[in-house]
Design a protein around this ligand. Sequence first.
Ligand SMILES: Nc1nc2c(c(=O)[nH]1)N[C@H]1C(S)=C(S)[C@@H](COP(=O)(O)O)O[C@H]1N2
Ligand SMILES: [Mo]
Length: 169
Amino acid sequence: MVSDQQPPRVSAATWTFTLTTETGLRRTWDWADFRALPAEKFDVDLHSAQGWSVLSTHWVGVPLGVILDGLQTTAEFAQILTYSDYQTTVPLEDLQEMPTWIAHHYEGRPIPAARGGPARMLIPHLYLFKSAKWISGITLSHQDEPGVRERDGHHPYGDPWREQRRSDS
Ligand SMILES: Nc1nc2c(c(=O)[nH]1)N[C@H]1C(S)=C(S)[C@@H](COP(=O)(O)O)O[C@H]1N2
Ligand SMILES: [Mo]
């Protein structure tokens, strides 16, 4: 696994999440706002583009449908931003149509910093490089802005069932 060496300095006390539309409209949640949103338990299998999988991991998080509810947008892409220098992009439709979450608990506890706490994305139908740890926001765009791994040659979409590991696959 290739990952950040050190978790960034962010805690629940300082965490905010900002959703920005392609026209520049913003919504920001602090930790209290975020934890007041409806959350659900979910069990998912994780698939890394490096070839390993972890089956049946247990999380609690806020479905992206809750975050995106009522949003006026014609954007096609969602750039996922973090408190580290990592970012990644997925089609907005995947966040609207597929089960995806911003998770805050892992295996019954607040997510440890090393695993992306206080909050991380979980997009289990795509390779794990799309599931950004230490999430800070989502910016909607008409462009598929390549993220850190995508610029490294990872596949722009990353479907495990089609083994879309590299952009040439
Ligand atoms: N912020 C951030 N998120 C990230 C990464 C990263 O380096 N930084 N690595 C990605 C990759 S390539 C993988 S395989 C998973 C690893 O998640 P884990 O540490 O929970 O196993 O996080 C993804 N999310
Ligand atoms: Mo990875």
